[in-house]
Design a protein around this ligand. Structure first.
Ligand code: GLA
Length: 366
């Protein structure tokens, strides 16, 4: 793992960072104009940059000890550099000329497990570019550009959850966001609770999974209902839909209800029940869980000091999140990781335990 100066021979001209996120409730609602409830994780991605005289972008990823190059008309071959390339291209489309740069990426965000390592890289890249080029981009604009970079250059037709959470979230508070209006509030974590994030041991790449297909199914369900999005659907309307579309729509409708229920200052026990219901819905109606993830979630849910547990993020493997009684998450992690292990598969603690931080409660409408 080399520093910026070791790779490029001088100190960087701008440095920025951004966190990954864990989503507590509101899965697969963001591209349906719905509600989400993530929190930022302590792990962050740092991007350091300087202008160069080479006429080519050079990217070095410290955690892989790997380097890539690109220019505007020649995309990089390496996967990690695509996200940086996407950010540069999206700015270019908006009339912002980005000069050739030397770029150093260093990250502690777990990769490929549903904790938004790609959004952290995109947001950190755009923050560094904002500083270096003195760009007029606020946190929302950064999230929007980052989302377009993901869609257009990484091939995932995502909503704005990950990029907004990385751009606006803070560890120890929950970010409630209405993805239709972008109205948002920072909320305290449930009193008496702490957040545990455990990896199921199964990595996934969302662009290769059913993510884009789920999104198409939702759009088709909305189209058949004559709605612009499933945000406006209710359970009474969906009986006429074909069975699979009915299940997808039911997940989105009930998941939005769960997020709204969770934002009314509920007790940890009730919040946990909402997480359990969310997982059941993601498994049976949305069909984005896996047997291993279900087994891990069930082990977590069985623990008396766990209020609730679910998969987190897009699904098809990756991480699970649990709300535990304060002070108990570490014991739960040790026990459940032990019970889960088989010769072929091992769970692991992914994120330092997140307790209730100082809640900078605010509300913004835009
Ligand atoms: C991925 C996507 C998000 C969101 C989640 C599921 O993380 O990038 O936009 O759809 O899956 O909640």
């Amino acid at each position: 793992m080399k520093t910026f100066a070791e790779i490029y021979g001088a100190a960087p001209q701008a440095i920025a960072d951004a966190p990954g996120r864990v989503n507590l409730l509101g899965e697969h609602t963001d591209y349906n104009d719905g509600f989400v409830l993530p929190t930022a994780i302590p792990q962050r991605t740092q991007v350091s940059i300087s202008k160069n005289e080479q006429g080519i972008f050079r990217v070095y990823a410290a955690q892989f000890d790997d380097a890539a190059q690109f220019s505007l008309d020649r995309p990089p071959q390496n996967h990690f550099a695509e996200y940086v390339y996407g950010c540069v291209m999206e700015l270019h489309k908006r009339g912002i000329t980005v000069p050739a740069l030397d770029i150093h990426v260093d990250s502690t965000v777990p990769i490929g497990v549903g904790l938004s390592s790609s959004a952290a890289l995109e947001v950190a890249t755009l923050r560094a570019l904002k500083t270096l080029l003195d760009l007029d981009l606020d946190d929302i604009a950064i999230a929007r550009v980052a989302q377009q970079a993901e869609i257009n250059y990484a091939g995932l037709m995502c909503g704005i959850l990950d990029q907004i959470a990385s751009s606006l979230g803070s560890t120890g508070t929950m970010l409630f966001l209405d993805t239709r209006t972008l109205e948002r509030r920072l909320l305290a974590l449930p009193a008496d609770g702490e957040i545990l994030v455990i990896h199921s041991g199964v990595n996934r790449t969302l662009a290769d999974t059913g993510y884009n297909q789920r999104r198409s199914e939702c759009f088709e369900a909305a189209r058949q209902l004559g709605l612009s999005s499933l945000r406006d659907a209710n359970l009474k309307m969906i009986n006429q839909l074909p069975a699979a579309l009915q299940r997808r729509a039911r997940h989105v409708i009930t998941e939005n209800e769960r997020v709204l229920a969770a934002t009314s200052d509920v007790a940890a026990a009730q919040f946990g029940n909402l997480m359990n219901e969310s997982h059941r819905s993601l498994d049976t109606d949305y069909e984005v869980s896996t047997p291993d993830v279900n087994r891990l979630v069930a082990l977590l849910q069985q623990e008396p000091t766990v209020f609730g547990a679910k998969m987190t993020g897009g699904g098809f493997g990756g991480a699970c999140v649990a709300l535990c009684r304060q002070g108990r998450a570490r014991d739960v992690a040790e026990k459940v990781i032990g019970l889960y292990a088989t010769p072929d598969i091992h769970a692991s603690l992914l994120v330092p335990i997140i307790g209730a931080g100082p809640a900078q409660v605010f509300s913004v409408n835009r």
